[in-house]
Design a binder for this molecule. Structure first.
Ligand code: KG4
Ligand code: ZN
Length: 349
């Protein structure tokens, strides 16, 4: 067998090693174009950052350096040491130092294993993540992307063909969860903590604003909601029940807003499928409310499993496998970009 990088690029089916290091999760995965996901592993830095109340970029980079190579060894062994055909890594957007660790590991491994390398868009990974599941949605679909840094409604016309239909004009919805958690003294990471507390509270205790619902359009705004939460905390008696009621009412306001905007977007685009991705997509209340609305309005609903809603490398390996024709053989630079608009992507040629 000829092992030149050029020929390996042309081998089918692709078996791609994915590397994710854009924020506070180090992750590796192997995806086969023929057999699907072969292995995935993740190390969360939650404990490392918890005492600071948020992600400390320099600590994140150093921890990626410690964790990525062992994670890669682990998934290669778990997958039975398949003959890889390429390495896909998260090129951006994200924390620059953290991204550079993944980019350097990908470039170095590519060089030493004579494998072609591809830098993948993190948000494209999220958008495609429901394709990791059984009964994957066909293109085109509407995607609600709700993470710590983004709140987007995107028309996914095909691979690399993304049109932004709506976005948050201020805080991302994950950020609203994180800030609410901080105000309630729940610490970091906020989303799961607020969701857990909300389960003990009354979602009708406070009627918080459902921002921008009574205006046309598909944009979101969450900063007013944050202020309302702050005022409710100040006015309350500080009891555990008062905190739970605020958490539940906050979560309900977010859910009502997201569900209403998704239903509106489905109506306006005529799309028949909605995909929900990104960390907030792991929220059980949101999943249940969207499922109810999907049944009512007769559209199909697709979620990745909760562990693939939050950051992971399976979605990066998958995006790499879908872009198998674009890998660069030979020596590549460790390239990373902190900002990278989704609409700059193109369909593979
Ligand atoms: O997609 P992700 O893991 O990272 C980014 O790319 O940002 O999303 C992280 C965000 C955080 O803001 C976190 O608080 C939120 O997702 N999150 C949740 C839940 N799990 C994670 N928000 C609400 N409910 C959850 N169960
Ligand atoms: Zn993410």
């Amino acid at each position: 067998m000829n092992n030149t990088p050029e020929l390996r690029t042309l081998q089918r089916p692709s078996i791609i090693l994915g590397i994710e290091s854009s924020c506070d999760e180090s992750a590796a995965a192997i995806y086969s174009g023929e057999s699907g996901l072969l292995a995935h592993a993740l190390h969360s830095q939650v404990d490392l950052h918890a005492e600071y109340g948020g992600v400390v970029p320099e600590l994140a980079s150093r921890d990626h350096i410690r964790k990525l190579l062992p994670l890669i060894d682990h998934v290669r062994a778990e997958a039975g040491h398949p003959a890889l055909t390429g390495i896909a890594y998260t090129r951006g957007p994200g924390l620059m130092g953290a991204l550079l660790v993944g980019a350097s590991v990908a470039a170095g491994l590519g060089m030493s294993l004579s494998l072609p390398v591809l830098g993948v868009h993190h948000m494209e990974g999220h958008l495609l993540s429901p394709l990791l599941e059984e009964n994957p949605p066909a293109f085109p679909y509407l995607a609600l992307l709700v993470s710590g840094g983004h709140t987007l409604l995107v028309a996914v016309d095909g691979l690399g063909r993304y049109r932004q239909l709506g976005r948050s004009v201020d805080d991302a919805v994950g950020e609203a969860f994180d800030k609410t958690a901080k105000m309630l003294g729940l610490g970091y990471p906020g989303g799961p903590a607020v969701a857990a507390l909300a389960a003990q509270g009354d979602p009708a205790a406070h009627h918080f604003p459902r921002p921008m619902l009574n205006r046309p359009g598909l944009d979101f705004s969450f900063s007013g909601l944050k202020t309302a939460v702050m005022l409710a905390i100040k006015a309350g008696d500080g009891s555990p029940q008062a905190a739970a009621d605020i958490a539940a009412s906050f979560q309900q306001a977010v859910i009502d807003t997201l569900v209403a905007k998704c239903a509106r977007a489905i109506r306006e685009t005529g799309f028949q499928r909605l995909v929900v991705a990104g960390g907030v997509g792991a929220n059980a209340g949101l999943r249940a409310a969207l499922a109810e609305r999907a049944a009512q309005d007769s559209f199909a609903l697709h979620f990745p499993r909760p562990e693939f809603c939050t950051d992971n490398a399976a979605m990066i390996a998958l995006a790499g496998a879908m872009r198998a024709s674009e890998f660069t053989a030979g020596i590549v630079g460790a390239e990373a970009v902190a900002r990278w608009p989704l609409e700059d992507l193109a369909a593979p040629v």
